[in-house]
Structures are given as C-alpha cells and as structure tokens.
Write a protein that binds this ligand. Structure first.
Ligand code: WTA
Length: 686
C-alpha cells in the first residue's frame, strides 16, 4: 500500500465512524412556494432518457440559434453540449431582463466600511456599464472573441462588470482570486496567454485599505519570464478618480479604467453570438502537481446548468434577495453569484469584506437591512461566525427561507447551529457537493423534495448519476455505507470541457482511473472521477469524506500540497519540504510545513520567516501554514520517499503506527517530540 493510500484509508475510516443523523424537514411554507416540487423530475432525468433530458435546462436560456445535437461525444471525453446552438452569456444575464425588469436590482453591493453606503446596480445600470466596458476592451485594448483576459480583482461590482463585458465580446475571462500573489497571477496570465490584465488599485479587508496594483506589476514580470507579454494593464479604482495605490503606472501599459471609459460613455456593443461550445471562462484550480489547471467551461452547457440549479436548488425567484457570501474569484462566485442568479433575473448581493469584521454581527445587519431571504456560505465561515458571535443572529430581524453550505464537509454540530441559530429553525438547508471542474452542483437535496440530514450532501442531482468504485474499479454496493471513490457515470452540461492547453492531463486526472477503453466514443465508458472519497447510506444520501489526492481544502479553498512545498524550496537554505493537512477548528484543514535544511545551516527564526514569506509571495496569504517545523531530517522510506502520512499523524496528534520499516525510524520520535511536546524543542520559536 502506498504512502498516499494509507493516508486516505485512515481518513475514510475516521469519517465512517460518524453516525448517521436524523432528518430535518423543510416547512410547509417553504414547500408551498418552491420552484421544484415535482418528484417525477428524477424519472424524467433517468439514464434511459440521457442526454435528451438536459433540453429542459437549455430551454431556460435565450438562443440566437437553436441547437441541433444535445451531446456530441465524437471527441470523448471532451464533451460538446447543445451543438449547433448560438447564444451570448451577457445577453442572457442582462439584456433579456430589460423589457420587464430594467429597474430591478441586479447587484446590491456593500463596501466593507459600514459608513460607506451600499450601491444598488439595476439591470439597466449593469447593461450600461457592461456595454461601456465591452467597448473599452474591444476598441481600446483590442480584445476580440476567443482572446483570454485575466482579471485579478477583489469583491467589487467592477469585477462582474468586467467578466460580463468579456462574455459580451465572446472573450474568455480568467478570474484569479484577489488574495493570490502577483506571482500566482502571473503564472495564470502566462498559462492562459492573456495580453490584457485587469486589476484594481486597492480594496478593503478587515478595516485596512490594501494596496493591490503592485501585484499586477509582479504578474506582468512573471508572465514575461514565461514568454507572455502583457500589453495592457487596466486598473479600476476603489474610489473613482483617485489613486489608492502608490505604485507607478507604467507608461503605455497601465491605464486607469475610469479615465479610459470616458471616451466610451453611452457606447453600446452588440452581444457577439457565440457557438454554444465556445469557452466562456477559465478557472484555475490546484492539482496534485505544482502547476494549476485551467478548467475551461463552455458557454451553453455551463450557463444552462447553473441557471437550472440556481432555480431548483437555490430556489431563486425574481422577487428574492439572494446573498452568496463567497468570493467571485472562486467557482462558487462565478456560478452562484454571477451567472446563475443573473440568468434568472435575481437580485444578488455582493459584499467586499470579511464576515467577522468589525464583528460577528455584520452579516446579520446586512441581511436585516437588505431583506436577504436566501443565504449561501461555506462551513468555514459558519464555524468562524459561530466562534466569534454565537448568539448574534437572534438580535437581528431577518428571515432566511433557504440556506446553502458548500466547499467542504460540514460537521453535524456546526450544521445544527447554522440551522437553529442562523436559520432560526425556519430555513431549508442544502449541502451542495461539487467542484471547480463540475461547474455546478453534483449532490444536494432538492430543498422541497427531500429531508435534510446534517453532514450529508444528499442524493445526486437529477440527471447526475453517481456511483462509488473501489480502487480496482469494482462497484461498491449502492447504499452500503462502504467508503470508496465517488464517480459520475454520465457527462452533464455544467462539466468543464478540458484543461486549457493540456488535454492529456484532463484525461489522465479525471478519467484514466476508471476508463477501460481509451478509444471509446461511448460516454458509458468514461466515468468522471472527481478525486473525492464518499459513502452512500441506505437512503441514497452521499456523505463526502474528503479528497483522495494531495490537495488540502483550506477554508473551502483548494491548495495543492506540492504548490506549497515548491514555494518552500525557493528559500536557499531549505533542502526538503513536506506539507500535510492538519485539522483546524475554524478553517477545516490548514497546512503544516516540515522542512529540513541543507548541511551547514542551523534552524533560525529568520529561516522560518523566509519560508513563511515565500509561501505568501508565491501563492498568497491563504496558504499560510499553521506551523513551520524545521526538522533535522524527514522520516523516509528505504526508497527515499518522504513519509507524509507519518508527518500528518504527528501534526494531528494521531498514532504514527508502525514505523520500524522506515530508513530512519529514530527521527519519527524526535519530530514527534518537537511537534507534540514532551521534549525541550516544544513550541519551536513560538
Ligand atoms: C470539496 C468548490 C464536502 C470536495 C465548490 C471537492 C465538499 C472540493 C463539498 C472542490 C461539500 C466541495 N461537502 N466536500 N458540500 N463541496 N467539497 O473546486 O473535496 O474549490 O472536490 O469547488 O471541495 O473544491 P472547489
């Protein structure tokens, strides 16, 4: 058994010891108003009717030209949906709502400082801003259909405006999470081949106005080392007409968007009618090896899937005030702040700041003030709010009819607090399991059709046919409660099309494990393997146990252990680095870093700081380790492989098991004493 397998099995075993919880049921009031109350949807979306059942989702969109082929498998496993169809995503998210809802709020934006008033951006206003920005991108920056544009921005309305302006032109946006470093952004600029980078001068985070534009300078430098020239850097301003960054603007390269926009005031740009299978965006996500993968999502399939799931799972009606407290820089924000809700003509709330600043009551003040009735967040935020201000929600007069959790498994205790305290016992909750790659939800209860079970994501979505396989490709009996690798048997429209520029890696990572005939054009031969372990209970509900690869899920964000290890290796004194996930009360998992030094170097606070800085610079603060341990040597197998499993057990206070076969068993005890105490090395440099 490999090092990796041992780690997975133990993680799965721990989880399977969790007991199954009792059901909670949605209220009759909720059911009476819900968008999806028809149980027969599961029959309509049975495999016998595949793939035609997805017509129901595609018909939620406006097509310039209707499609002729639902699913084209000729280039399996790169699936093409709704072939022959033409449409534009920005027209579907904006223009089609104007006739009836021109003056309805599309976005309600809340700056972090509470004394800055919120902004309501109506569909008409969004239409105007997106058109002007599209004109600027096209006529000033030379962006045309198929070009990639990297967007490195915080949570401000200018972010979705820029995304939708790209979509209007048929250009492919690649949004990089604002908290990522300039270097991480530059690598994504280079990989995507972006000539235009859109950024911002500064933004608020926990009460501080953070400078941001200098990251663009770094990104341009890094992209250049990989041969990608950025021709234009477009800089939005946190305060219109004022520069909140003290970094220089490079002559002939950097431009303030608000200045350049003056020329395009009132301009209209006809939405470019694009083939359904043309790419809408790239979203980079961490994988097992260092280089992040650019997940490519197509226009027609993706938009149809997120629109339908926003309607049925998020239960969004036009009159709802919907708040997804995620960052648009992640897939949740793309699908369930921007594209899904806007395609439905909803009012979607955007919040710049952190949920617990200035105190844990902030989200509830916002909910009360705006009359939010649908709330969507991640377990890490729920844990954070529960810790910071457990009794706060009761003090505010808001009522959620519906709440979502997404991004990682939620502990039943935390779920119950979310239900009773945040949801005041009134809200239907969905626990939605999915990924960057999948575009939209894979498992979730349909909120009016099934009971909720804390800790379980629920059955697979209508039209998504999940199956659990063991390592050897045998089917684990359905409903048996035995852990295995969860897979999806059929393609679906929301699924990504490929990894940008790396089809082989796409096939290798997601299909090779369970595909038996690489030449097959039959979708039945290509189960999709998302990389998660799961169990299915007798009632058909899936409980997700976590990732089986080397990816750490920190506060719902995916980080590759390899990425962090490579960042450590940048420090000249470091010889070896190993990163393992350690349980954290609030963030779920955080990285613990182990390094050994090259001969002749002694551990010091300076080296420790250099490692910490290298991680922040190369990836971003999000990857900040819980501890950095400078160890005399790594526990290793005789073949020289670092035993991450042993380090992981040490970090998590678990039994390290039998280590006698290691090349250097004595080092295990030494490291354990250093980490867990009982030796004088305890609390290394604090
Ligand atoms: C994990 C976020 C348990 C899972 C949408 C997946 C979850 C990874 C859940 C994708 C959930 C996501 N319960 N685990 N409800 N949702 N995950 O790409 O391991 O940032 O593979 O997409 O998060 O993370 P990503």
């Amino acid at each position: 058994m490999s090092d990796k397998d041992t780690m997975n099995v133990s993680e799965a075993q721990i989880a399977v010891h969790w007991q199954e919880e009792d059901y909670y049921h949605p209220s009759t009031d909720f059911i009476a108003q819900a968008n999806m109350t028809d149980k027969s949807i599961y029959q309509r979306f049975s495999l016998d009717n595949f793939p035609e059942y997805f017509k129901e989702y595609a018909d939620m969109l406006d097509w310039d030209q209707y499609w002729h082929t639902t699913l084209d498998t000729s280039d399996a496993p790169c699936w093409k949906w709704f072939v022959g169809g033409k449409l534009n995503a920005s027209a579907n998210c904006i223009d089609r709502h104007l006739a009836k809802n021109r003056n309805k709020a599309a976005f309600i934006y809340l700056p972090e400082p509470e004394d800055e008033t919120h902004q309501v951006i109506t569909y008409q206003e969004l239409y105007v801003r997106v058109n002007e920005m599209a004109a600027l991108l096209r006529d000033f920056a030379g962006v045309k259909a198929g070009d990639r544009v990297t967007i490195h921005m915080p949570m401000v309305p200018e972010l979705p405006v820029t995304m939708l302006a790209c979509a209007r032109l048929g250009a492919i946006h690649s949004v990089v999470f604002g908290g990522f470093s300039g270097k991480a952004c530059g690598e994504r600029v280079a990989d995507s081949g972006s000539k235009v980078l859109v950024t911002m001068d500064a933004y608020y985070r926990s009460g501080k106005l953070l400078e941001h534009k200098s990251k663009a300078d770094e990104a341009v430098r890094v992209a250049a080392t990989e041969g990608q020239v950025v021709e234009k850097v477009l800089v939005w301003q946190r305060y219109v007409g004022k520069n909140s960054s003290n970094t220089a603007m490079a002559e002939g390269r950097d431009y303030f968007v608000y200045d350049a926009l003056k020329e395009f005031s009132g301009k209209r740009v006809a939405p470019v009618s694009m083939p359904a299978e043309a790419p809408l965006f790239l979203m980079y996500t961490s994988g097992t090896t260092g280089r992040p993968k650019g997940c490519q999502h197509g226009i027609g399939g993706y938009l149809a899937y997120v629109t339908a799931t926003s309607k049925y799972v998020q239960d969004i009606h036009p009159e709802d005030v919907y708040w997804c407290m995620a960052d648009i820089g992640w897939i949740t924000g793309h699908s369930y702040i921007v594209y899904g809700p806007l395609a439905l003509g909803a009012s979607s709330v955007l919040f710049e700041g952190v949920p617990t600043y200035p105190d844990g009551g902030r989200p509830w003040r916002i909910a009360e003030r705006l009359g939010v009735n649908i709330f969507h967040t991640a377990p890490t935020t729920v844990r954070m709010l529960r810790k910071a201000a457990p009794d706060e929600p009761a003090k505010y007069d808001y009522h959620f009819k519906h709440m979502t959790t997404v991004g990682e498994p939620i502990e039943p205790e935390v779920w119950k607090w979310y239900h009773e305290v945040v949801g005041k016992g009134e809200a239907a909750i969905v626990d939605t399991w999915w990924q960057t790659e999948t575009g939209g939800f894979l498992c979730s209860t349909m909120p009016a059709l099934q009971g909720m079970k804390p800790g379980s994501a629920g059955p697979s979505m209508p039209g998504i046919h999940a199956i659990i396989y063991d390592e050897d490709g045998h089917e684990v009996p359905a409903g048996s409660g035995i852990a295995g690798n969860i897979c999806i048997r059929n393609p679906w429209p929301g699924q990504f099309q490929t990894i940008w520029g790396d089809r082989n890696r796409y096939v290798e990572t997601y299909y090779a494990k369970y595909n038996t005939n690489p030449a097959s054009k039959d979708w039945r031969d290509w189960p999709y393997f998302p990389g998660d372990a799961a169990v299915q209970a007798a009632d058909g509900y899936y409980r997700i146990l976590g990732r089986v690869d080397d990816v750490i899920n920190v506060a719902g964000h995916r980080l590759g252990t390899k990425e962090i290890e490579s960042a450590c290796m940048v420090v000249p004194e470091v010889a070896e680095a190993a990163v393992v996930p350690v349980a954290d009360e609030v963030k779920g998992k955080v990285p613990d870093v182990y390094v050994s030094l090259k001969p002749g170097y002694e551990p010091s606070p300076e080296i420790e700081k250099a490692i910490s800085d290298a991680i922040s610079d190369n990836i971003g603060k999000i990857a900040k380790p819980k501890h950095i341990y400078i160890v005399p040597d790594m526990p290793k197998t005789r073949s020289g492989k670092i035993m991450r499993r042993v380090l992981s057990s040490i970090s998590n206070g678990a039994d390290v098991g039998d280590v006698t076969t290691l090349a250097n068993p004595e080092i295990v005890e030494e490291v354990r004493r250093m980490v867990q105490g009982g030796g004088e090395d305890e609390s290394y440099f604090g």
